[in-house]
Design a protein around this ligand. Structure first.
Ligand code: AMP
Length: 420
């Protein structure tokens, strides 16, 4: 398979799908440009090689063309970070855009307008009334799939090389993230640096695993992490369950959890997962103690209690010192670590200590040679908050895409290029 480090883009016209879905304030200032920075190595390499670069992305969830979601707002920052002037095409379709793409020369860069201004990008019909008949829905679905083919073909016609560097959307079979790859042969489609790094990191954890392998799953809900936990139970040596979701397990085991977060309809499932862990020889660890509060607030009265003996009216908002010590020990002795989800309500300074202790243990294990992957929204926010982002092996940029990849699902954006 082609790899970007060895590919020479000189004289090539390159369509790069990036994920520039950055947050903007109400004056259209970018409040966090991490996603743009993450794509820079790929974009810089193409320009430096002497390729003509066409950049395409989505921004937000527009229902049609609207100024609010125009990529023109991010053009100055992309241009500044890339260090070259960038031309803008105010439509990703149309004759004028096709001409701009055709005229683009070596070393020049063109940014296309938001791909999601067209329903064809996602391939989902828009504007259907909620009470539309099944026939009308089926007809609309058929029509959008047909016009999606034309849309995809047009995007593909702009270039002779396709690069996908949008890991954040790799779990979507959209026109520009997956379908477009069919218009390029194996010698003319490849992953960008970011995409390659994300794939390598996940495969190092899930396939090329150094043992012991410890996964730490936290956050608020078991329901959003069931598939991951199930898949991990076939791979890990230790599974540490923390955060709000641990109380569903404590309750399932007969504990009193007071007013802590609990998904009553997932109690049986928690028991099944515990059973599966036993069968697979996986050590499933649930916090022995908790830091409890008398309300969901940073200023609440707080104290430590056994996690299975929480008084009514009190709720667990963090793990306690016994759990911190036990989990830190397991983490420090691990060779592969995956962290998804905080140990407590880390946004409240009084309930962030458990997450900090876990993060410190991950950093210590990494210093001793372990491979640590941190990913999925809030654990990334945690390592950033504690200033540890460059002290773990890899911090993923993907939310949903990362989670689906760890669940063991095939990601359309990856399969479209390498075939699996
Ligand atoms: P998730 O989006 O499922 O990964 O959950 C992340 C959120 O879980 C964060 O905003 C945390 O504040 C929250 N969280 C972690 N521990 C608890 C807890 N014990 N009770 C309530 N929320 C929690």
């Amino acid at each position: 398979m082609l790899t970007i480090d060895k590919f020479d883009f000189a004289g090539k016209k390159v369509f790069v799908r990036v994920d520039f879905n950055v947050p903007l304030d109400d004056k259209f200032n970018i409040t966090d440009d991490t996603r743009i920075r993450a794509a820079l190595p790929t974009l810089k390499k193409i320009v430096a090689d002497g390729g003509a670069l066409i950049i395409a992305s989505h921004l937000g969830r527009p229902k049609g063309a609207t100024d609010k979601f125009s990529l023109k707002h991010i053009l100055p920052q992309v241009s500044k970070l890339l260090g070259v002037a960038i031309e803008f095409a105010d439509d990703c379709m149309g004759e004028a855009t096709a001409k701009k793409c055709a005229a683009l020369k070596a070393g020049e860069v063109l940014l296309l307008e938001n791909l999601r201004f067209y329903a064809e990008e996602e391939g989902k019909a828009r504007g259907l009334a909620d009470d539309a008949s099944d026939d009308a829905k089926a007809a609309a679905k058929k029509a959008i799939k047909e016009s999606q083919k034309e849309f995809t073909k047009t995007l593909a016609s702009y270039a002779n090389v396709y690069v996908n560097d949008a890991f954040g959307t790799a779990h979507r079979a959209h026109a520009s993230t997956a379908l477009i790859a069919d218009y390029f042969d194996a010698e003319h489609k490849l992953f960008g640096f970011l995409m390659q790094k994300e794939i390598d990191a996940v495969e190092k954890v899930m396939k090329d695993t150094a043992r012991p392998f410890t996964a730490i799953m936290g956050g608020s809900k078991v329901s959003s992490k069931i598939d991951i936990i199930e898949n991990l139970l076939g791979k890990v040596d230790n599974l540490i369950i923390v955060g709000g979701m641990s109380f569903t397990f404590s309750k399932a085991l007969g504990g009193n959890i007071g007013s802590s977060l609990c998904e009553e309809d997932k109690l049986d499932l928690a028991l099944e997962l515990l059973e599966k862990a036993k069968k697979n020889n996986v050590k499933l660890l649930i916090a022995e103690d908790a830091k409890i509060a008398n309300s969901f607030s940073n200023d609440a009265e707080s104290k430590f209690a056994d996690a299975d003996n929480i008084e009514n009216g009190w709720l667990g908002l963090d793990i306690g010192p016994k759990a911190e010590a036990e989990f830190a020990e397991v983490i420090k002795n691990s060779k592969t670590i995956l962290w998804n989800g905080p140990a407590g309500v880390f946004e409240f300074s009084n309930f962030a200590h458990g997450s900090l202790v876990l993060a410190e243990a991950i950093v210590a294990a990494t210093e001793k040679g372990a491979f640590s992957l941190v990913g999925g929204g809030d654990s990334v926010a945690c390592v950033n908050k504690f200033g540890f982002a460059d002290k773990v092996s890899y911090v993923s940029t993907g939310g949903g895409a990362l989670l689906e990849f760890i669940e063991g699902k095939e990601l359309p954006g990856i399969k479209a290029i390498r075939g699996y």
